[in-house]
Write a new protein. Structure first.
Length: 240
């Protein structure tokens, strides 16, 4: 066995030992399925410090299909070492939104090819690819300098959201609604346009379990951010 495979087995054992039944139930209620250990993200930090960045190990862990291992893989991956094909492979294996939006999209947001890949996913028409693409832009806008983005491109994306959000797949609606909010809060050149877009879009209905609905409101969340003087907010780090 190679050192990486042995190391992957060791990490899997450590993750299993950190698993908690309560967390496992929570992850499953959000869409995770077996195999899953139920490790709290904070409990992974000592292991992350020990391993640091290790792309080959990240690939081994992501390929296990275990939710906790896949999440851990995102934290130790080397985003700039991954190709378009690598990201496509990761999104193919991301079977629910916590993987697509909080593992794959987060990892992609630290890559130089982030916008290129996210644009392709947004245009795909596939629910979790679209969700990951829009989410990636949220992570990017909330972390990188405003000057790194093309104003007219982000403006066009706001128009796309306004025109298509109500007919988009359910998970994509969440990410698109969050995109309006993120532009308003973290991308100052288009704050006013994002506010106008949020008003034009109005409440966004999310169908849950085919019986219940809930409504998202970018406007209400933007107003809360304005009230808390959060306009212009940028994260120092995207990944844990």
């Amino acid at each position: 066995m190679t050192a990486t495979i042995l190391q992957a087995e060791s990490v899997m054992q450590e993750l299993e030992a950190l698993g908690k039944e309560r967390m496992k139930k929570m992850y499953i209620s959000n869409g995770a399925h077996e195999p899953v250990f139920g490790v709290a993200t904070g409990a992974m930090k000592p292991l992350v410090k020990q391993i640091k960045i290790n792309q080959s190990l990240a690939e081994q862990l992501y390929a296990t299909g275990n939710y906790d291992a896949m999440y851990f893989a995102g934290i130790i991956a080397d985003p700039k070492a991954m190709t378009v094909e690598d990201y496509d492979r990761w999104i193919d294996a991301a079977y629910f939104y916590m993987l697509s939006d909080y593992v794959v999209a987060v990892t992609l947001s630290e890559a130089d090819i982030a916008q290129e890949v996210a644009d392709k996913w947004i245009a795909s028409g596939e629910e979790l690819r679209m969700s990951a693409g829009w989410s990636c832009y949220c992570w990017l806008l909330g972390n990188r300098k405003d000057t790194e983005f093309n104003v007219s491109k982000i403006s066009d994306m706001l128009e796309l959201v306004k025109n298509t959000i109500h007919t988009a797949p359910e998970r994509a609606k969440y990410a698109m609604n969050n995109f309006i909010f993120t532009v308003a809060v973290s991308y100052l050149p288009l704050h006013d346009k994002a506010v106008e877009t949020a008003i034009a879009v109005g409440p966004v209905e999310i169908i849950q379990d085919k019986t219940k609905s809930k409504f998202l409101s970018a406007s209400a969340n933007i107003q809360k951010a304005v009230d808390k003087a959060r306009i212009g907010f940028k994260r120092k780090h995207v990944r844990c």
